[in-house]
Structure formats: structure tokens, C-alpha cells
Write a protein that binds this ligand. Structure first.
Ligand SMILES: Cc1cc2nc3c(=O)[nH]c(=O)nc-3n(C[C@H](O)[C@H](O)[C@H](O)COP(=O)(O)OP(=O)(O)OC[C@H]3O[C@@H](n4cnc5c(N)ncnc54)[C@H](O)[C@@H]3O)c2cc1C
Length: 489
């Protein structure tokens, strides 16, 4: 039985480890933290189960997260509510509830949606065409636009400022990037899949239920997880992986799958083994932006919607986004807020309400303005829902540095992982087959498309398939071009 060591128990690592255990490999997952799930994790206490960060799932049970659980025979239930999201447009001061199944196929729905978001008469034809093309996009249409910026793609349809504001917001929600930095192809894929699946929502049992289901699957098929076990080095010899060094002890393996992210993996393997060209290229890659979160416990169930989205009241989008690079504070804060008890009442004590409000922040663990930024979120929230301040019994802040701590990336507090920007997606995305035989990269930095957790799970499916087929295994890379792995899928 071939021995596989997986470095990291994030969604990518656990899903891949569990699938490989199911395929008959002897799998051991080594995780540096004392909990599983990385950025997609939660903590239980005082009658609450609280997400460590903030999550919604764009494809629900119909995406890779659900597929992996199904393959493992594990029960993982996604929940969606109708209406699904209440969107408040700060600039126009309008509130709109969006239904769970917004079917964009009929022409009238596309026009009505453009009208609802405030597109002017001059922009309507372009808005309608845009929605139509997004829903009809096939894979070649997406691939042709992988190297184009989303901002440029949108301008082919319309320069209507409301259309651009709304798509800017959706782009931040799906890719955590502004449209100028996002790949049009990747955005189109995520948007198309979200509407095709029509299953946007939350997961029963909180976000931690996903890694929990994968861990159960792993253990059911004989795999193990060791927590509090940081991998210090990935060992290789003569271009082949040999195992890892963890806790000062050498652990041998035929195959190593790293979920530590491409930058950390390069450090763990070392430039000598990977080659200086590869290491230099890996260092040139960019990552998504970060976020800050404030959670409120209310003494009553005041809000009756599962998700709230507030679009910041700003007109100059580029000026507004500058704080993400330069630090400081924005003019207004966009807010995404799951109302947890409305998504899953079992996660909150009866009668109480749990709000998790997230906003964008620089992807630097050292961002010094977290408290002020979250105070801005609070002022905005209390103005949107007058009177809720009287019900707040507890406030809990989450700073960007906690994201870096959960992913193991330290000072780099990116929400997603690798930025889904032109030059880093589709055919340009890092290969999960690394240039050391028997070494693979899994998670958001390699091998798949999609929104955060969903691409981590999709990457796990890809890597598990490659390992099972022996692609990239010891003794094979010299004969197979690393990029050709895509032909197998
Ligand atoms: C604030 C926030 C909001 C988000 N919102 C959403 C959302 O709404 N929808 C969505 O789909 N996604 C969302 N995401 C993104 C999503 O959570 C991540 O993209 C995804 O979970 C990344 O999974 P991963 O497996 O690639 O990596 P990670 O979750 O980063 O897991 C990597 C794991 O490897 C471990 N590790 C690292 N180095 C070592 C080492 N040397 N030895 C041992 N272990 C190591 C880490 O401790 C960690 O457990 C959000 C993330 C955040 C932070």
C-alpha cells in the first residue's frame, strides 16, 4: 500500500487525503494547528457553533464540496432559504430581496434584474446582453477570457456606473479582487456556476461541518490526522520526494501532497530541489485581498433574513479600493453578513441571534486599522437596522492576522489563496504536479477553478485522480510534461 503524507488539514488537504484513503492509499494528514479546516473552520462553545471566519457557499450541494462528501459516503447538507439575500445599495438607498432560484434564462428576468440594480435606459441593452452571455458561456468562451481583466470585459457591454458597481461587488464576493485585477474567465465561471446550481446558501452544522465530514471519511477508510504537527521540511532526493520532517522526526512517504499553499510549499521543499526558475516564478505570484469580521450576539432574533449584502455608498470605486493596498480606511464599508440562526437554528441558543459581518481589508496581518474599520461596519449596520444596537449583548472582532494564522501563511492574510487574476488561472494556474516526483500541491493555489472552498475541493478531486493514475509519481515526470496533466481530466 503506497504511503501518502498530506501537509495541512484545510479543505484541500482533507478532501484529497480522504479520497486517496478511499482509493486504497495509506494516508496520514499532518496539521500544524490544533484544529482542522484551516480557513474554513468553526469553534463550539457556550451553546454556539461559530465560524472562525465568514462563509457562504455559492454552489451548495451541487459543487465540488458536495461531490466529495458524496464520494466518501458522508452526510453533508447545505441549506438554502428563499428569499436568499437582502441586498441594500448604499448609493441608491434601495433594498432588494433576491429569490433563491433566480432563473436568468428568460429575457424578461435579465432585463428586470438590470432594472432592479438601477441600470439606466442607455445601459439596459448592454446589461441584458451581459447577463445572457454570462449564463450561456461555454468553456471555450471562458478560456478565451482567462487572460482578460474583468473590468475590460464588462466595458465591452456597457459603461453604466450602476452595472459596474454591482459587478464590482459580486467580483469581490466571489474572488476577493477588484474587477481590474480579476480574470474575466474565472469570474464568468464562478458566476455561471452559481446561477446554474441555484443552491447558494450555508451548510448545516456551520462551516466546520465540511472538514468534519471529510475527516470522518478519511478515518473511515483507514486514514489518520495528527493535529499540532507542523511540517518543517519536505524531503527529496535525486528529484524524488522521500517524505517530510515533522517535530524533528523524519516520516517517509512515497507521495507527499501539500495543502500549505504554493509559497510555503516552495519554502518547505527548498529552491535547490525545485530549481531557481520555478522558485522565482512562485515568488512572483499574487494573492487575494483580506478581510476583517465583527460578530454580534443579540438577545433576540431581530433580523429575519439569511444573508445581508450592503453595497458601499461610494462613487469612485478605484479611490475606494485604494485602502486595500495602501492601508488607511475606506470612505464607506461594503458588508456581507450571514444571519447564522436563520441559516441553521441549531448553531445558536434558542431565542438568540448571531450576526457575522465581514468587510474587505488589506491582506496584511499587520493591518493596524482593524478596530476603526470594524467600528465603521458597526455604525453602518446600526444605521441600516435601527434599534438592533439595543439587543447587542456581545461583540467579537476578528482581525486579518487571524486569517494568516489559520492558513499558516503568517503575515499574508489573504482570504482565498492565489489571486484569480489574468496569468494565474486556467492554463496559467500552477500545476498540482510539482517539479519533484511524487510531490503534489492541493488547495486554492493549484489545479482548479471556482470560489474559495469550492476550488479547494475541486483541486482535491483533481489531485486524487492524478495520484491514483500515477501521474507525476516517482520515475514519471522526466517523461511527462508537467502541464500535460490537464489532458487526463
Ligand atoms: C474571512 C474569510 C471569508 C471567506 N469566505 C468564503 C466564502 O464565503 N465562500 C467560500 O467558498 N470561501 C470563502 N473563503 C475562502 C476559503 O475559506 C478558502 O479559500 C479555503 O478554505 C482554502 O482552503 P485550502 O485547503 O486551500 O487552504 P487552507 O484553508 O489555508 O488550509 C491550509 C492548511 O494547511 C495547514 N498548514 C500550513 N502549513 C503547514 C505546515 N507546514 N505543516 C502542517 N500544516 C500546515 C494550515 O494550518 C491549514 O490548516 C473565506 C475565507 C476567509 C478567511
Amino acid at each position: 500500500m503506497k504511503k501518502v503524507i498530506v501537509v495541512g488539514a484545510g479543505i484541500g488537504g482533507l478532501a484529497c487525503g480522504a479520497l486517496l484513503a478511499r482509493y486504497g492509499f495509506d494516508v496520514e494528514v499532518l496539521e500544524r494547528s490544533t484544529f482542522i479546516g484551516g480557513r474554513c473552520s468553526s469553534t463550539a462553545g457556550d451553546g454556539f457553533v461559530i465560524d472562525n471566519f465568514i462563509h457562504a457557499f455559492s454552489m451548495g450541494s451541487r459543487g465540488a464540496l458536495g461531490r466529495v462528501a458524496g464520494e466518501l459516503g458522508e452526510d453533508l447538507r447545505f441549506v438554502s432559504r428563499d428569499p436568499s439575500a437582502t441586498v441594500i445599495d448604499g448609493y441608491r438607498g434601495r433594498m432588494k430581496r433576491f429569490p433563491q432560484r433566480l432563473d436568468m434564462r428568460p429575457q424578461w428576468t435579465r432585463i428586470r434584474t438590470a432594472l432592479d440594480i438601477g441600470v439606466g435606459i442607455r445601459g439596459l441593452a448592454g446589461g441584458h446582453r451581459l447577463f445572457r452571455d454570462l449564463m450561456r458561456a461555454d468553456d471555450p468562451f471562458i478560456e478565451e477570457r482567462d487572460r482578460q481583466a474583468l473590468s475590460e470585459f464588462l466595458l465591452e457591454y456597457s459603461d453604466d456606473p450602476q452595472l459596474l458597481r454591482w459587478f464590482g461587488t459580486i467580483c469581490f464576493l466571489l474572488l476577493v479582487l477588484p474587477p481590474e485585477e480579476a480574470s474575466a474567465g474565472e469570474f464568468i465561471y464562478c458566476f455561471r456556476e452559481m446561477f446554474r446550481c441555484a443552491d447558494f446558501g450555508y451548510v448545516r452544522g456551520s462551516t466546520g461541518a465540511i472538514p468534519g465530514a471529510y475527516r470522518r471519511g478519511l478515518e473511515k477508510f483507514g486514514g489518520t490526522v495528527r493535529l499540532g504537527c507542523p511540517v518543517e521540511e519536505i524531503l527529496s532526493d535525486g528529484g524524488e520526494v522521500r517524505g517530510v520532517l515533522a517535530g524533528g522526526e523524519v516520516r517517509s512517504a512515497d507521495i507527499v501532497v501539500s495543502n500549505a499553499g504554493i509559497a510555503s510549499t516552495v519554502r518547505l521543499v527548498g529552491e535547490r530541489a525545485l530549481g531557481s526558475d520555478y522558485a522565482e516564478w512562485a515568488r512572483s505570484l499574487t494573492f487575494s485581498y483580506g478581510g476583517a469580521i465583527v460578530r454580534y450576539v443579540l438577545d433576540e432574533q431581530v433580523l429575519d433574513v439569511p444573508f445581508v449584502l450592503y453595497i458601499a455608498d461610494v462613487q469612485d470605486q478605484a479611490k475606494h479600493e485604494a485602502f486595500l493596498k495602501e492601508g488607511g480606511l475606506p470612505e464607506d464599508v461594503g458588508i456581507f453578513m450571514p444571519v447564522i440562526d436563520r441559516c441553521d437554528p441549531d448553531l445558536v441558543p434558542p431565542g438568540k441571534q448571531l450576526l457575522i459581518a465581514g468587510t474587505l481589508a488589506p491582506a496584511s496581518g499587520g493591518y493596524a486599522k482593524t478596530k476603526e474599520l470594524l467600528d465603521m461596519v458597526e455604525v453602518r449596520l446600526f444605521s441600516l437596522f435601527p434599534g438592533i444596537e439595543r439587543h447587542v449583548v456581545r461583540r467579537m472582532d476578528v482581525a486579518p492576522c487571524e486569517i494568516g494564522a489559520a492558513s499558516g501563511n503568517g503575515e499574508r492574510a489573504d482570504i482565498v489563496g492565489l489571486a484569480q487574476s489574468p496569468g494565474q488561472v486556467g492554463a496559467d494556474k500552477p500545476s498540482p504536479v510539482m517539479p519533484v516526483e511524487g510531490l503534489y500541491l492541493v488547495g486554492t493555489d493549484a489545479g482548479a477553478r471556482g470560489v474559495g472552498t469550492e476550488q479547494a475541493a475541486a483541486s482535491a478531486e483533481v489531485v486524487a485522480r492524478l495520484v491514483r493514475q500515477g501521474y507525476g509519481a516517482p520515475g514519471t515526470i522526466g517523461r511527462r510534461p508537467v502541464q500535460a496533466w490537464r489532458d487526463l481530466l
